[in-house]
Design a protein around this ligand. Sequence first.
Ligand code: AMP
Length: 495
Amino acid sequence: MTFEDLGLEPSTLKAVAASGYTEPTPIQAKAIPIALMGRDVMGIAQTGTGKTASFTLPMIDILSSGRSKARMPRALILCPTRELAAQAADNFTNYSKYSGLSMALIIGGTSFTDQEKALDKTCDVLIATPGRLIDLFERGKILLNDVKYFVIDEADRMLDMGFIPDVERIAKLVPQLRQTLFFSATMDKQIRRLSEAFLMNPKEVAVDAPATTATTITQALIKTTESDKRDALRKLIKTENIDNGFVFCNRKKDVDILYKSLTKHGFKAVALHGDMAQSKRMEMLAAFKTGNAGLLVCSDVAARGLDVSAVPFVVNFDVPNNAEDYVHRIGRTGRAGMQGKAFTLTVPADSKMLAAIEKLIGGPIPPLGSTPPSSKTVETEQSVEEKTSEAKSASDEASAPIGKPENLEAPTPPSEKKTKKATEPSAGKETSKPSPKEERPKRKRRDRGRHDPDVGVMDHGEDVLAFGAHTPSFLKVEPYVAEPADPPTGEATNA
Ligand code: AMP
């Protein structure tokens, strides 16, 4: 099948060709013709399947006949995180370059003034995270009653992150007579019920996750202690030549500390977490994507859904607090049939969480350098999903919450509005003078000014609890065995 077969306009086909795509991905082949017919779509597809183009390309064709007014977009794409929204905006910019449509990106963490200016101009498409969109709506900066094409992307993550009340509110602000496309990586009863509230007689399209069978991730466990952890990581990076990959921490403050420590020790690294200014996050991400930064030290939420492919390594600096997050983290490597290696540092206090993870993945994570067992387990999507609920309850027991989840875009129930507003810069002021609250982030007493020889004075943010994600459809439990030529990693292993 070719893109021409899907019935897209010549200008859109030209942009697709300029993007270097030769044939549609399965979700594009299934969803685009239905969307072009004007029908609602219920799409079950993960990031990496090309789903963004599957709702963006027909949208461009549909909008090409007609004009928008200032502050009255004709299409709205809702994404759960700023990064996903920014990625969708990049996609739109590429695909719409010959169609002359305009777009505004409305996300938290960036200037209200710039976004309001963008809305003042004609804006055909609005790509937004729910919290900021509602803020701007409440300020009277935007009208949604001309929206005819409404996309809810990554609905399962919206649910995970507590955004559904916001999405429901937004759905009431857009006209009832509209076309809605609802995408989710998973489809359980809750998501199906939700979709029914938003969609009208939808056509359901589903695709497998990318690289369902060809993925190979080898895993290894490195036992260490809390005080030796950073040292163990440095040794691991050197002995295993970890030059490009994700390094996951459970808490935002640890992302900062580890990033400072790694750079101080001469490693190429960038950091990404939800408390960083949006411009900084974009800068870090761009450096990582272009290969200018070897390691991306990050928290779960910041990394989720990022369109970063072909990463050979994942390191869990912390054992995640949620067993599903382990599967999600290691699924960042070994994509598209490539070999990937996933290392996990563990301290004695992790034992319960580790047990929950091993229950979920159906076997122990072998220690670094151990001999592979003769029988290897290959998990299918079905079997991993079945185990997810069991292991989730095990992990819930094992992990008491340590803080609020790291919502990149906080939902806005009325009770939380005040807090949110206080932390977000107000219109016109954000570039000049930060609020006193921003200048002096709240610290826990015990953290204040503590000096760490590795990183200097530590500036701790709030604790964060990693939380549930969809389960990627692939997982191969296979121990990692060091190359014969490699030196032993005894110091890092501390087994
Ligand atoms: P998505 O699932 O929308 O995040 O897309 C994942 C990646 O696939 C993005 O980098 C897209 O640019 C790329 N992509 C989307 N459609 C195609 C296609 N038909 N052929 C090749 N790459 C594509």
